[in-house]
Design a protein around this ligand. Structure first.
Ligand code: UT7
Length: 329
């Protein structure tokens, strides 16, 4: 008897933003007090960002992940104990180890001894995590996965560096993926080029009990911009080809939310009308691995993304890394 194809399907989404919303104007005032000059006009014109959220000092990435996960699990209406795989995409983990995913498993009260680990691919992290979870589910190794992007990027920002500190924010987004005979994740494509590690990095580590090197985020914005525009178009087409779909069959494009100019460029190059792109960068800033699942959840909850529609997610970031998935919602 022919075996039916196994897919992983999104059965619930959730997200969480910490309550401290900081507008460009408020941030500019805080920075001015330190002698750092910026303005709402510059930030909006160059990035499309109007505000970002910052976590309180005692709140960690796993706390944000917990709130987003609880919402995704409630939306999926699954017993948390049935979740046998947790992947957290983050570059701002609570600790060097254990992983944020293990901390999250414990905070959720999941005691089933399923797998839990972090994925480190910076702003492409969620695309990487979806692809890994999908592969594990389709292979039959796991059945129900909680896939999270969560970040407290404010912790690695140098607030004396106006070229980076105005861009990023904190937050978390999550999806529950479950094995299904109905199409879900249709295709994925992942890439990396480590020769560009230096253009976007936080090149510090812990050595002998102290931080060695620079523990602040460093970015060559223009170099990242140029690479991002190029790879986002290519990887979108690659994922669509694998799914045997054309761009006009994409109902929603959810790119990594870093810069509205990069996002609009990608949308244009794919020949998609701007209305088919989900945009949250204005309110969230760049939340790295959290940006795609945050945007996904916003568009599911406001009714834009409907069952049966094709959603193209794509990320790009430090490493240099990039990746995309086509998801039948
Ligand atoms: O999440 C991973 C992926 N990351 C990205 O995709 C980010 C990609 N890069 C970018 O989004 C853009 O390159 C930035 C938003 C980071 C910068 O925009 P830009 O149009 O490339 O600006 P620029 O770096 O060329 O800087 C233009 C000017 C400079 O002044 P001069 O040299 O022309 O006098 C900067 O010093 O803007 C100045 N500038 C600022 N001015 C006011 C840089 N940051 C600021 C600021 N406020 N915050």
């Amino acid at each position: 008897m022919a075996q039916s194809t196994l897919y992983s399907r999104v059965i619930g989404t959730g997200s969480y933003l910490p309550p401290d919303r900081v507008t460009n104007q408020e941030l500019a005032e805080r920075l001015a007090a330190k002698g750092v000059e910026t303005s709402d006009e510059w930030i909006v014109a160059r990035t499309g960002i109007h505000a970002r959220h910052f976590a309180a000092p005692d709140v960690t990435t796993s706390d944000l992940a917990l709130a987003a996960s609880q919402r995704a699990i409630a939306a999926a209406d699954v017993d948390p104990q049935s979740i046998d795989l947790i992947i957290v995409a983050t570059s701002t983990p609570d600790f060097v180890f254990p992983s944020t995913a293990c901390l999250l498993q414990n905070k959720l009260g999941i005691r089933n001894h399923g797998a839990a680990f972090d994925v480190q691919a910076v702003c492409s992290g969620f695309a990487y995590a979806v692809s890994v979870a999908d592969s594990l589910i389709r292979s039959g190794q796991n059945r129900t996965a909680l896939v999270v992007g969560a970040e407290t990027f404010s912790r690695i920002l140098d607030f004396n560096d106006r070229t980076t500190c105005v861009l990023f924010g904190d937050g978390a987004g999550a999806i529950v993926l479950q094995a299904s005979s109905e199409p879900g994740v249709l295709s994925s494509a992942l890439h990396a080029d480590g020769s560009y590690a230096h253009i976007l990095c936080t090149p510090g580590n812990v050595n002998g009990g102290v931080i060695a090197g620079n523990a602040f985020l460093h970015m060559d914005g223009q170099a990242v911009f140029k690479l991002a525009v190029n790879v986002l178009e290519k990887v979108a087409i690659e994922a669509l080809d694998k799914a045997q779909l054309t761009a006009d069959q994409v109902d929603w494009l959810i790119p990594h939310q870093a810069n509205i100019r990069i996002m609009q460029g990608t949308c244009r190059k794919l020949g998609l009308p701007a209305e088919r792109m989900v945009v949250t960068v204005g309110e969230h800033g760049n939340t790295s691995a959290a940006s795609i699942p945050l945007a996904f959840d916003v568009a599911v909850r406001d009714g834009r993304i409907k069952r049966g529609q094709n959603v193209l997610i794509e990320g790009v970031g430090g490493g240099f890394t990039w990746g995309a998935s086509v998801i039948r919602f």
